[in-house]
Ligand binder design. Structure first.
Ligand code: C2O
Ligand code: CU
Ligand code: CU
Length: 519
């Protein structure tokens, strides 16, 4: 079946199911510059960019006009990051996937006012892998990410450096930030859940020159809502070597990889058998995705553009001559994994996703039958506890669930061990309708009785609508349990603008913090 659609003047494609049109990929993929520690300065700015000839697009960027530099951090090093907000609105800077104190996490409780510089100082504790940063202001994450606030974080460590892997940034090791965007007629970015056309690292119709050897692509789904089913136009296989929280135990060879919002995957392409001059396309085989996944059907979340329900190209790979000292083979083993044992869990929690809002007009989605309230802590977790979360999706749509602070292992999907490419540490898991995903983690190192961490759907439209809850990690020696606190304390009148009466039953805490709706 042929599908013809009319699209914006500047984005003329012809889509045939199963094949991709003869679009010209003539823009060199932008490779963001690298910044490294121990002190890093980031400034969030407004800017402009020419995505389309003759049209100037207003953008946000980090140390530039669009997207941000790649932060390269070394495990066990301490880093101090200053984030200056030069935007006309409140923002924040969340280090997605990083195990840091809640005060440094950059969530909705540690916002940065315009004109203010916020400092996040922490020790890098994560394993070598691909992480990212983006704003996390409640109800305003999607617009700010849409405008261009996002960047990659690459962590290096001793174990990874012993492996024979490509790791020369921009030469055989490439950042690949996948984002679909929608534009107004005048070329302005629209904060839609689903876009009409693709960008990689902010480049439209990109090509990437890859030497005829083993190359590493660090894929990030930095899109608002779209999920990608990654593959190549010639159906070649590739090796998945890492997920959200670092490398896998061994490479996993496949020709398809589902990549949900916020997820990362490091893949190796073995181009040793390709003659320079060969070209092929990185694609999303979205027509093969289950129809409850964003991008798989037209009409979901208001998506009705040319990327819905069809296979589409993302980037052209041009094979070029080999570099000096190339990596020419793929290691058989990578980093051993040691998942926590569910028999040692201190607590098992049930998480429920509900709602029928897949097509606009059907309403909202909920986590545990509730929505985000800035002042409400939904869970208290004891520092050091191993927890199993059984996340059940009773809704009609797949949701990428993300937990701050920790990395987890997937124990099972509907009782069955996850596919090999999901067997490493993760911080996002796509939970499909009628599925229960069991994850296990340990809440280590950081406790704070007042500043929570988030867990939420990483579909940014859902997150902004309140599909996000909060937990406190409490050290076992600290005084007030938040569970207790909320049960025995009342604050009224609420709302109020000048005075509150606070009643404590059974002793009062040393400190009370009241937040308004803006934090
Ligand atoms: Cu990518 Cu709560 O974040
Ligand atoms: Cu996060
Ligand atoms: Cu969701």
């Amino acid at each position: 079946m042929k599908i013809f659609r009319k699209i914006n003047i500047n984005m003329l494609f012809l889509f045939l199911t199963g094949t991709v049109s003869a679009q010209v990929y003539n823009q060199a993929l932008y490779i963001p510059p690298v910044l490294t520690g121990p002190v890093i300065s980031l400034s969030f700015n407004t800017g402009t960019k020419q995505f389309f000839s003759g049209l100037t697009t207003s953008t946000y960027g980090v140390n530039g006009s669009y997207l941000g530099p790649t932060l390269v951090l070394q495990k066990d090093d301490s880093v101090s990051i200053n984030v200056t907000n030069n935007l006309p609105e409140v923002t924040s800077s969340h280090w997605h996937g990083l195990h840091v104190p809640s005060l440094a996490d950059g969530g909705p409780h540690t916002t940065i006012d315009p004109g203010v510089t916020w400092n996040a100082s922490f020790k890098v504790m994560n394993n070598a892998g691909t992480y990212w940063y983006h704003p996390h202001v409640h109800m305003n994450t999607m617009p700010q990410v849409t405008n261009g606030l996002a960047g990659l974080i690459i962590i290096k460590d001793a174990d990874e450096s012993l492996l024979n892997l490509p790791r020369t940034y921009g030469i055989d090791d490439f950042p690949v930030i996948l984002q679909d965007k929608k534009y107004s007629i005048s070329g302005q970015l629209l904060a839609n859940a689903l876009g009409d056309s693709m960008q990689v690292n902010g480049t439209i119709h990109p090509y990437l020159d890859c030497p005829a050897q083993v190359v590493r692509l660090r894929l990030l789904n930095g899109s608002n809502a779209r999920v990608y089913n990654i593959g190549f136009s010639d159906q070649r296989s590739f090796s998945v070597i890492g997920g959200d929280g670092g490398l896998l135990a061994q490479p996993y060879s496949t020709n398809r990889l589902l990549l949900a919002n916020g997820e990362r995957a490091e893949i190796l392409l073995n181009l040793t058998g390709d003659t320079p001059g060969t070209t092929f396309l990185l694609q999303s085989f979205a027509s093969e995705m289950a129809t409850n996944i964003p991008g798989a059907i037209t009409g979901m979340m208001g998506g009705n553009g040319p990327l819905e329900a069809v296979d589409f190209a993302i980037m052209q790979i041009n094979v070029v001559p080999v570099t000096g000292s190339p990596v020419v083979s793929i290691p058989a083993t990578l980093i051993p994994q040691s998942p926590w044992n569910p028999a040692n869990a201190n607590r098992i929690r049930t998480r429920t996703i509900s709602g029928m809002g897949m097509v606009s007009g059907q309403g909202n989605f909920f986590l545990d039958n509730t929505s985000y309230i800035h002042s409400v802590i939904n869970d208290t977790i004891n520092l050091g506890d191993i927890e199993v979360w059984n996340i059940t999706n009773t809704s009609n749509m797949a949701h990428p669930m993300h937990v701050h602070d920790i990395q987890f292992y997937i124990l099972t999907r509907n009782g069955i061990a996850p596919p090999a490419y999901e067997s490493g540490l993760k911080d996002v898991v796509l939970v499909k309708p009628n599925e229960t995903v069991s994850i296990i983690t340990r809440f280590e190192d950081f406790a704070n009785d007042t500043v929570p961490y988030m867990y939420h759907c990483h579909n940014l439209a859902h997150e902004d609508m309140g599909m996000m809850l909060q937990f406190i990690v409490r050290s076992s020696t600290s005084g007030i349990g938040i569970d207790n606190f909320t049960e025995t304390t009342s604050v009224y009148p609420n709302p109020s603008d000048d005075q509150w009466q606070i009643n404590f039953k059974g002793g009062h805490p040393d400190k009370v913090t009241l937040y308004d709706l803006n934090g």
